[in-house]
Design a protein around this ligand. Structure first.
Ligand SMILES: [Zn+2]
Length: 424
């Protein structure tokens, strides 16, 4: 009886939310392309283009982002009554670049985009950045958009076939991953299809993705590059590729990313999607994953299965790195005076809001490393590139080293929560 009541309420809420979607949005996407520029201490936004894409791949019920992860956030308000109708947190390359030495010396600009369902009525869009001194979101930029504006451009239809790798659920009830190739020539697209199938196999080899695989769709856009491989600037290798991915991003050899965000969005927008995963045609170890931005990994590296789930952990679930060894030590990346937004890191400032409910009553906080505790959920010092003052939920986890085979209990819970957010 109780169960019936629960499902009735759940059903009713879904119907109300869907009605909300149909009232405010149509079945298409509004993409805002903008420039995000500045230095280590300054930033500004400038509008580039408004694009109408033909699909909406996201949820039609979870429109407002209640998790509020990410260093950046945007909100969409219905202009007539100032009701919040959509929001989403994300991260980007600009924010990471701001922590580099170069950002102290020079101003730089980055292409970025946000997407949300295409509005039926005029909206106000507000862009926020997280304040490093207090952890709150500060309003940085806002624009008013009339969906009838005749300068909103239709998206380019590109002449690339789509390959269905896995799943065929309605996109609003699934996590839709679009795989984009970089550095595969026309004659190498067969290899890209095989690499895309390996991607799906790798992802579903790990829990909790394995148990939830019926909530995923994976599709690949068969876009070819003029030349094979990706850029390695330190070796003067610069192939002409469709997404211009490059190792040595921010002069870090293993960090392989693309600055050509418009090209990425143009390719991804050929189908409905929630998450963008770029496979690079290279044997060289490297990649990266940025929350609600995109992930990249090398298709051919022997440890690529673990890299794939690690990077996807960042980009999909907002998981932070749990490592902190000296080679990656980076004091100051996090402000230890408040909680980081990542669900798997804590400063213990407000641990009740983190994974305390998963820690056994007898487990000490912080948790010492003993033969017994290394198999338990606890609060282990060291994480987020910081050896002191930052804590992680498990001795080891796929967000820590690639020696382990599993996500810790806290990371798994965060991934499952996000799967529900996209697919319920
Ligand atoms: Zn973890």
């Amino acid at each position: 009886m109780k169960k019936t009541l629960f499902f009735s309420i759940f059903w009713l809420l879904s119907v109300v939310s869907l009605a909300q979607y149909d009232h405010f949005f149509e079945a298409a996407t509004l993409r805002i392309d903008y420039i995000h520029a500045g230095t280590d201490k300054t930033e500004f936004y400038a509008l580039e283009n408004l694009i109408k894409e033909p699909y909406w791949g996201g949820s039609k019920t979870n429109l407002v982002d209640t998790l509020r992860y990410g260093d950046y956030f945007f909100e969409v308000y219905d202009n007539a009554n100032q009701q919040l109708i959509y929001s989403r947190g994300y991260c980007n390359l600009f924010g990471e670049w701001q922590t580099t030495e170069e950002a102290k010396r020079v101003q730089r600009s980055f292409d970025e985009s946000i997407v949300f369902p295409f509005p039926k009525h005029p909206v106000d869009v507000r862009f926020y950045s997280r304040n490093h001194d207090n952890g709150n979101f500060d309003l940085k930029f806002q624009i008013a958009i009339d969906p009838k504006d005749y300068f909103i451009k239709p998206a380019k239809k590109l002449p690339f076939a789509i390959f269905n790798v896995y799943g065929d659920k309605p996109s609003e009830q699934a996590v839709d991953i679009v795989i984009l190739p970089d550095g595969y020539t026309n004659t190498e697209l067969g290899k890209f299809i095989i690499d895309s199938q390996s991607f799906a196999k790798s992802l579903f080899a790990y829990e909790p993705f394995k148990s939830y695989q019926d909530r995923f769709n994976i599709r690949a856009v068969l876009a070819y590059s003029d030349e094979s491989g990706v850029a390695i600037p330190a070796d003067s290798i610069w192939p002409q590729t469709v997404l211009s991915s490059s190792f040595y991003t921010f002069d870090s050899e293993r960090y392989c990313m693309s600055y050509d965000h418009t090209a990425i969005r143009n390719l991804a927008g050929q189908i409905p999607y929630d998450q963008i995963y770029i496979l690079t045609n290279t044997e060289k170890y490297g990649g990266g994953g940025i929350y609600n931005f995109y992930s990249v990994s090398a298709a051919e590296n022997s440890s690529s299965a673990k890299i794939i789930v690690h990077e996807f952990g960042h980009a999909f679930a907002g998981l932070g790195d749990e490592y902190f060894d000296s080679s990656t030590a980076y004091d100051g990346f996090y402000n230890l005076a408040f909680e980081p937004w990542e669900p798997n890191l804590t400063t213990l400032v407000d641990f009740d809001k983190k994974w305390k409910h998963l820690v056994g009553k007898k487990t000490p906080i912080p948790t010492p490393v003993t033969e017994k505790t290394i198999h338990q959920t606890g609060v282990f010092e060291g994480g987020g590139y910081c050896a002191k003052g930052m804590y992680r939920p498990a001795f080891d986890c796929l967000m820590h080293t690639f020696k382990g085979e599993v996500f810790c209990e806290t990371c798994s819970a965060a991934i499952i929560q996000m799967i529900h957010f996209y697919s319920d």
